[in-house]
Design a protein around this ligand. Structure first.
Ligand code: SF4
Ligand code: SF4
Length: 203
């Protein structure tokens, strides 16, 4: 089973091409629309479906968890910071899942660190992190550290690790003034039914 593209919705932006781990989403040179050139090599990872801003990609049957006659819809909504899945089984039963886009807290940390905005910087902190945070100390770091005040707002998550109740996201981060790449580490967990930051560092 594999992805297919609704030609009338596709505008040829290429996001699906960039994200596909199997390198099978290509832009057709003649019609300037995306297509899956090798359906048998599709991992059914749904990365392209989530990345497509026009909701132009769908996946044919995924028999493992939703047998024939079903539908699976997944939507990434940047403004809401969520990815939502709707699975409809052939007997009409529906299951809906909503999960947060886990890089959103990093996006906020980068932006507010550049702006030296303590309130915004600690917005997603867990109680434990808030307890250890110190506005004066952080102010001193912002005053003396070019790395944490000139972060590029484009960054690249490249891996996740799970330990107990927490997930660590590893991020390749660059800086506007300092050349090279830096390692960002974001630890997320759940507190009071919300995703919270339990650790954030940059090396
Ligand atoms: S589902 Fe994954 S492997 Fe298949 S085309 Fe999309 S990004 Fe590529
Ligand atoms: S991401 Fe969507 S709109 Fe962009 S090329 Fe792929 S299918 Fe077309």
């Amino acid at each position: 089973m594999s992805t297919f593209v609704y030609m009338t919705r596709c505008d040829g932006c290429g996001h699906c091409v960039d994200i596909c781990p199997s390198d099978i989403m290509h832009i057709d040179e003649n019609i300037r629309r995306a297509k899956n050139i090798e359906p048998n090599f599709c991992w059914e990872c749904y990365s392209c479906v989530k990345a497509c801003p026009n909701h132009a990609i769908d996946v044919r049957g995924y028999a493992d968890f939703a047998p024939m006659g079903h539908s699976v819809r997944v939507r990434r909504e940047e403004e809401k910071g969520t990815i939502s899945w709707k699975i409809k089984f052939r007997n009409g039963t529906e299951k809906n899942f909503v999960s947060p886009i886990t890089t959103k807290p990093w996006e906020n940390l980068v932006r507010s660190s550049n702006m030296k905005d303590y309130g915004s910087f600690t917005r997603d902190f867990s109680t434990q992190m808030l307890f250890g945070a110190n506005e004066v100390e952080l102010g001193k770091q912002w005053a003396n550290n070019d790395l944490i005040t000139n972060l590029n707002e484009t960054y690249e998550p490249f891996g996740t690790l799970r330990r107990g109740e927490h997930i660590t996201i590893l991020i390749k981060q660059t800086n506007k003034k300092i050349p090279g790449e830096f390692l960002g580490r974001l630890v997320l967990g759940v507190e009071d039914d919300a995703i919270k930051v339990f650790g954030a560092t940059i090396y």
